[in-house]
Design a protein. Structure first.
Length: 129
């Protein structure tokens, strides 16, 4: 798997794609692979303020329930409601159609502390040893 170059990645296996003062957030292909078939998704309300590393929702698969962690601080300006009706999209298009939330960045510099695609690929490889 090669990860999109236009995203940054957290050690919790979330990605963020920043455009202006907003960041679109989802989970990585590696994360969905570890989870297996996703059957349920819980996302936050629009307007909720998050801190970097804070839980913003849960994803449930046939194997486990996992928490979702915000890679940055900010306010939720959009939650992907269609995804909660079709959670299986997380398995088929984790870096595209299966985005989860859009956050208005409170501290844009936080993004600089996240991994780029090459660093994330190396992190995943070292984790699976």
């Amino acid at each position: 798997m090669s990860y999109p170059q236009n995203c940054r990645y957290s050690k919790d296996h979330e990605w963020i794609r920043v455009e202006g003062d907003r960041g679109t957030v989802g989970i990585t292909d590696h994360a969905q692979e570890q989870l297996g078939d996703v059957v349920f998704l819980e996302l936050p309300e629009v307007g909720r303020k998050l801190k970097a590393g804070e839980v913003f929702g849960t994803v449930e698969s046939v194997k486990a329930v996992s928490e979702l962690f915000s890679p940055v601080s900010g306010e939720v300006v959009e939650a992907h409601g269609d995804l909660t009706k079709n959670p299986e999209k997380v398995n088929t298009d984790p870096h595209g159609e299966a985005w989860m939330i859009v956050v208005k960045l409170a501290l844009p510099k936080e993004v600089d502390g996240l991994m780029d695609a090459a660093q994330y690929e190396a992190y995943v490889a070292s984790e699976s040893k």
